[in-house]
Design a protein around this ligand. Structure first.
Ligand code: KG4
Ligand code: ZN
Length: 346
């Protein structure tokens, strides 16, 4: 079964064709990140305008890559269903994808499957070694940090999450304070990679809130205040060098990675799942991936560790199509609406 997936929840416009939920036939991603880099963040109105321009070229390119040389009619004859992200996300952006998908579904008489973007992130793990259930899954993205227990496809229970900022948001906001370009996460991580302590013990340590509390909650909003204070202090002392920026970046990354991994390892030891699935844009972070690999082994966790290849962690339509294959319900298009407030368990 071949599903055409469409994703436009934030600033990416993506279309992918996935066979049986596990094989990517084509995956095209157009990002307006360069445009947003000029303003230091996503301007929703601008993102949606760009997506209106990109959506049909992206879908056409995706169909051409999967079925080169055939007519549009032949291409759509190969597609069994269309899947689209309905939320959460920016309303203008979501509407571009949802309305395009509804139109294509109507014109080509294909079932339309609404997909929850957060649940779908987890399905980027189905393109490699298939995870076994029960699983614990962590979605760490720009707007969410959600830990869920997954008994089977479509059977998710919320375990924990952030009380305030998401992990990706913490990367983005602290990167901005440090004067690093948008998108913050990968740029902060790059700056952190340049930091060499030179063997001295230097005194910057950012807090890991709630680390001693029971339960599975995080809090990342204090990090931006702590970073702003450190930056002010260094500025006042005339010491805000490139080296100090990379030093702070390294400590921020360490604080986020530490908090995320330690709580998840605790949950894995308590719940004893067969698999642990990491997903979402922040899962592209090398330090986070490496620390999970090491800590799961050193804590004797029996769960197999799954993380998508880095380019499938950030927003793209491949996992939208995969999720639709495993848990999608074909419902009347008139009942499908964009819902910016959708949660991982709604
Ligand atoms: O999943 P995603 O592409 O979009 C949302 O659904 O939010 O995640 C984007 C988030 C941003 O906060 C971005 O800074 C972060 O993922 N991110 C990273 C890295 N790559 C993307 N954070 C840390 N290190 C990275 N390498
Ligand atoms: Zn996402």
């Amino acid at each position: 079964m071949k599903i055409l997936g469409i994703e436009t929840s934030c600033d990416e416009t993506s279309a992918a064709i996935v066979e049986n939920g596990t094989t990517i036939l084509s995956n095209v991603i157009a990002s307006s990140a360069e445009m947003h880099a000029k303003t230091g963040g996503v301007i929703p109105e601008e993102a949606a305008r760009q997506q209106i321009k990109s959506i049909m070229p992206v879908i056409n390119e995706c169909l051409e890559r999967a079925f080169p040389g055939s007519s549009l009619k032949e291409k759509f004859e190969n597609i069994d269903a269309i899947a689209v992200t309905v939320g959460p996300g920016l309303i203008g952006s979501l509407l571009v994808g949802v309305e395009t998908a509804k139109t294509l579904s109507h014109v080509w008489k294909k079932p339309l499957i609404p997909v929850n973007h957060l649940v779908a992130h987890l399905y980027a793990n189905w393109f490699d070694k298939i995870p076994e259930f029960p699983a614990l899954g962590l979605v760490v993205s720009g707007g969410h940090t959600d830990l869920v227990y997954i008994k089977g496809h479509g059977d998710l229970t919320y375990v924990g999450g952030t009380r305030d900022d998401a992990a990706g948001e913490a990367f983005d906001k602290t990167a901005r304070i440090l004067g690093l370009p948008y998108p913050g996460g990968p740029n902060l991580s790059r700056a952190a990679g340049k930091y060499l302590s030179g063997g001295h013990k230097e005194l910057i340590f950012f807090p890991r809130p709630l680390s001693n509390e029971s339960g599975y909650e995080w809090s990342f909003s204090g990090l931006k205040t702590a970073v702003a204070r450190e930056v002010e202090k260094l500025k006042a002392e005339g010491k805000l060098s490139e080296r100090e920026v990379s030093h702070i970046a390294a400590e921020v990354q360490e604080a986020i990675v530490d908090s995320v991994v330690s709580k998840c390892v605790k949950a894995i030891l308590e719940f004893g799942p067969k698999s642990f699935l990491l997903a979402g844009g922040v899962a592209a972070n090398t330090k986070l991936r490496d620390k999970f690999t090491r800590e799961l082994i050193s804590n004797g966790a029996h769960a197999s560790f799954h993380v998508p290849e880095a380019k499938l962690c950030t927003d793209n339509a491949s996992y939208i199509a995969s999720c639709a294959y495993f848990i999608g319900k074909d419902i009347p298009t008139s009942e499908i609406n964009a819902d910016p407030e959708l949660t991982i368990t709604s």
